[in-house]
Write a protein that binds this ligand. Structure first.
Ligand code: 5AD
Ligand code: SF4
Length: 349
């Protein structure tokens, strides 16, 4: 049955939910090797050997939400909150330009301190620094705010759906719903953004069926980017005692996502690199083609503790960049040039 599903994946024939569930349960050894090998081939055919770098600036760790899994949740009084002044954000972007980055990701918790106009201004100023694509990742906002951000020149928006199980979603993200999130993903698409979503693997209460639904939702949304990473428990949260997501399962989800979404950018996540020293390299061998190095100034990094021991949280931008370029070269791949836009026709220049 596994062989049949893999065969279907190889011939590009649409995998259905049952096939996806079968593939997600690939056994270590021959089955996993077959799945990972096929995902690697599909990645190679669609993206070649280039690994695109997206430099992230985590500009605020304030958040109005109280997600059960996240260290930045508003109930966590034990972290010091910060907002990086615009001048420092621009300095980080300047630095990224010097290193040849083609994309800057402006990421923050859901911080109501910033108006839509202020976020738009941030985007505009960052775009003046260099010839990069800008990705914004600041959570759920109004349609008007998204519009202002787009008009300011933002190219992409990242809003992970986190889990396709609507019950689990509302349990883990009190006061919010999967439907509201999907509504926003559709708005973002209509506004012309390249859209990113994604989910965590190994959330407490999640099943292999949920993970299949995650992949199917990403397909339905037709995303240009999908961030798939393991859940890592954070002590100062209500799910701090849960076990972390399994790296093998994370790699299988990534590999199946690559088969279902051949032209979607898939990052080798920092969370995978946190679970295992070679986690990101393994992910690059299972379909991933993007890495998102942290370019936040060193003084703020340790405070952006979504989960503990985040890979790179003790480095500065220079170290993170150096480590990541060498891990790419170690496995015989190259650092991507240009902006690394979606290869889909509608986003080609
Ligand atoms: N472990 C792994 N990833 C997490 N995220 C939030 N909390 C955790 C955690 N404990 C991810 C979510 C969110 C992104 C900012 O970080 O997917 O979208
Ligand atoms: Fe806020 Fe995002 Fe963390 Fe939820 S996951 S608490 S929205 S930063």
């Amino acid at each position: 049955e596994f062989a049949k599903a893999l065969e279907k994946g190889a011939s590009g024939g649409g995998l259905d939910r049952e096939d996806i569930i079968t593939l997600l349960q690939a056994l270590p050894g021959e089955e996993e090797e077959g799945l990972f090998g096929l995902a690697d081939k599909v990645r190679q055919e669609n993206f070649g050997e280039e690994v695109h770098l997206r430099g992230i600036i985590e500009f605020s760790n304030y958040c109005r939400n109280d997600c059960f899994y996240c260290g930045l949740r508003r109930s966590n009084r034990e972290i010091r909150r910060y907002r990086i002044p615009l001048e420092e954000i621009l300095a980080a972007a300047e630095y990224a330009a010097g290193l040849g980055y083609g994309t800057i990701v402006l990421q923050a918790g859901e911080d109501p301190h910033y108006s839509g106009a202020e976020l738009a201004e941030m985007v505009r100023r960052v775009k003046e620094v260099g010839n990069f694509a800008v990705t914004v990742c600041v959570g759920e906002r109004s349609l008007e705010d998204y519009q202002l951000i787009k008009e300011a020149g933002a190219d992409r928006y990242l809003l992970k759906h986190e889990t396709a199980d609507s019950g689990l979603f509302s349990k883990l993200r009190p006061g919010t719903t999967l439907a509201e999130r999907i509504k926003r993903l559709n708005w973002l698409r209509e506004l012309g953004f390249q859209v990113g979503s994604g989910n965590m693997v190994g959330l407490p209460g999640q099943t292999v069926e949920t993970l299949a639904d995650d992949i199917l939702l990403l397909k339905e949304l037709d995303v240009e980017m999908a961030g798939i990473g393991p859940f890592i428990p954070h002590e100062q949260t209500p799910v701090g005692d849960s076990s972390p997501g399994d790296l093998g399962l994370t790699l299988r989800v990534l590999a199946v996502a690559r088969l279902v979404l051949p032209k979607t950018h898939l990052p080798a996540t920092t969370a995978a690199g946190t679970l295992h020293p070679k986690g990101r390299q393994m992910a690059l061998g299972c379909g991933a083609n993007v890495i998102m190095p942290n370019l936040s100034p060193a003084s703020y990094r340790a405070l952006y503790q979504i989960y503990p021991e985040k890979a790179g949280s003790k480095e500065d931008a220079d170290e993170s960049h150096g480590k990541i370029t060498s891990l790419i070269k170690e496995i015989g791949r190259s650092v991507g040039s240009g902006r690394g836009d979606s290869p889909k026709d509608k986003f080609r220049e």
